[in-house]
Design a protein around this ligand. Structure first.
Ligand SMILES: Nc1ncnc2c1ncn2[C@@H]1O[C@H](COP(=O)(O)OP(=O)(O)OP(=O)(O)O)[C@@H](O)[C@H]1O
Ligand SMILES: [Mg+2]
Length: 392
């Protein structure tokens, strides 16, 4: 994947004497000392990261850690004090007004926590707004706006005023307005924080669907670690204006870099983060459908297990056989598998969360088998690996 955005050594200082504070930062003064002695607030402190095209990048951190300041730099609502923001090989910090206008109209769009809708415009009017200022012709912009509204589940609500809608629906309007210009990059500053938990979960799922369909590059802010880990391909954790750790949810979960992150990680529900593919393993033994009961017994014996999965060509899953059945069959000299194959095991998709596997695991006599879209066996999950996977 290509880098869509590269942020290099970004600094944002609030106050009339940013140069002075910048100097102190170089001398490695802490943020609170800089504030006390110079009166300047360090919003973002030397932050670097990059986001690939189509990636879902989440920025997480406690209140006041600099998340909003950082994301507002990415569309230059905040002018950085120092550093570079490279988007498609251009440093947007150096853009003139005309270039900046184009960047905001075509390449990025922002969704805000408090929706930020125009309350005197209809739902449709809100979604059309960005197209209007780009002088898109009236019937065309109506057509685009209607289509986008439908994609966020708001068909039929076009003529309502925003304040007639629930919070969840208002944020759908916010999302539709951002999508209307078909931007490459979506900037989302705690877009779901004001929503009820149930609505919030629905919106998360829908955002993931939109993402997989439209392949947008998304930079998303939250202070909720469960939301961060559910949505993010990679997550960056901020503290005092700095990024203190970045990586995949797995990496951060398994290797929190300091106490601050450990505290976040403690509060996470691991069943909602860890997926089948994270805990599955290669089976110790497998037999081919062309083998027979005798081979199966040998396999089970050497791996010390009481059942074994049977595969066909290209790892296609055919079934499972048990040690009891196979031993009986060998005694009766019935070596073929056909009558021995059982199918009363549970199948999981690699992306399934442990949350959804727990019940299956407790009910099942056999390991859960993980198969891909083509029914190829790619791993198995034992009760042991699930329970061990839940330990911090
Ligand atoms: N316009 C501003 N003028 C002066 N200081 C500011 C301004 N905006 C933010 N700050 C300061 O920058 C720091 C980071 O604030 P920011 O709003 O980015 O935090 P945040 O992580 O988004 O917090 P929250 O989770 O509460 O939204 C804080 O110390 C804040 O007081
Ligand atoms: Mg904020």
């Amino acid at each position: 994947m290509l880098e869509k955005m590269e942020v290099k050594n970004l600094v944002k200082i609030f106050g009339p004497r940013p140069k002075l504070a910048l100097q102190k930062l170089k001398e490695e003064w802490p943020k609170d000392k800089i504030l006390k002695t110079t009166g300047q607030t360090v919003g973002v402190d030397n932050v670097s990261f990059s986001v690939k095209e189509g990636e879902f990048f989440v920025i997480m951190g406690l209140s006041g850690s600099g998340k909003s300041t950082l994301i507002r730099c990415l569309n230059l609502l905040n002018k950085p004090t120092a550093g570079e923001i490279i988007v498609d090989d251009e440093n947007i910090v150096e853009y003139n007004n005309k270039q900046l206008r184009e960047y905001r109209q075509k390449k990025v769009a922002m969704v805000f926590q408090n929706f930020g809708l125009f309350t005197h415009r209809t739902v449709l009017g809100n979604v059309e707004y960005g197209l209007e200022i780009r002088n898109i012709e009236k019937t065309k912009r109506r057509q685009i706006a209607m289509q986008v509204l439908e994609s966020v589940g708001l068909k039929g609500w076009e003529d309502k005023m925003p304040l007639e809608l629930s919070g969840g629906m208002q944020q759908r309007v916010g999302l539709a307005r951002a999508l209307a210009n078909d931007p490459d990059i979506l900037l989302m500053d705690e877009p779901f924080s004001a929503l009820d938990p149930l609505i919030r979960r629905n919106m998360q799922v829908e955002l993931l669907e939109i993402q997989s369909k439209l392949k947008k590059t998304i930079i998303f802010i939250t202070h909720d670690i469960n939301e961060a880990f559910k949505l993010g391909d990679r997550v960056a954790v901020m503290k005092d204006g700095k990024i203190v750790q970045q990586g995949t949810p797995e990496e951060i979960l398994n290797n929190p870099s300091d106490e601050y992150i450990e505290d976040f990680v403690k509060s996470i529900d691991r069943t909602k983060v860890i997926q089948a593919k994270n805990i599955m393993k290669k089976p110790n033994a497998l037999v081919s459908i062309k083998d027979g009961a005798r081979v199966a017994v040998k396999e089970m014996q050497s791996a010390d297990i009481s059942s074994v999965f049977v595969i066909g060509e290209n790892m296609k899953l055919e079934g499972i056989v048990t040690i009891d059945d196979c031993v009986e069959a060998v005694k009766k000299k019935q070596y073929s598998f056909q009558e021995l194959l059982r199918h009363d095991y549970y199948i999981a998709d690699p992306d399934e969360y442990i949350e959804d596997l727990l019940e299956k695991a407790t009910k099942s006599k056999y390991p859960i088998v993980v198969v891909d879209d083509e029914n190829k066996l790619i791993g198995i999950i034992t009760r042991t690996s699930i329970l061990a996977g839940l330990l911090p």
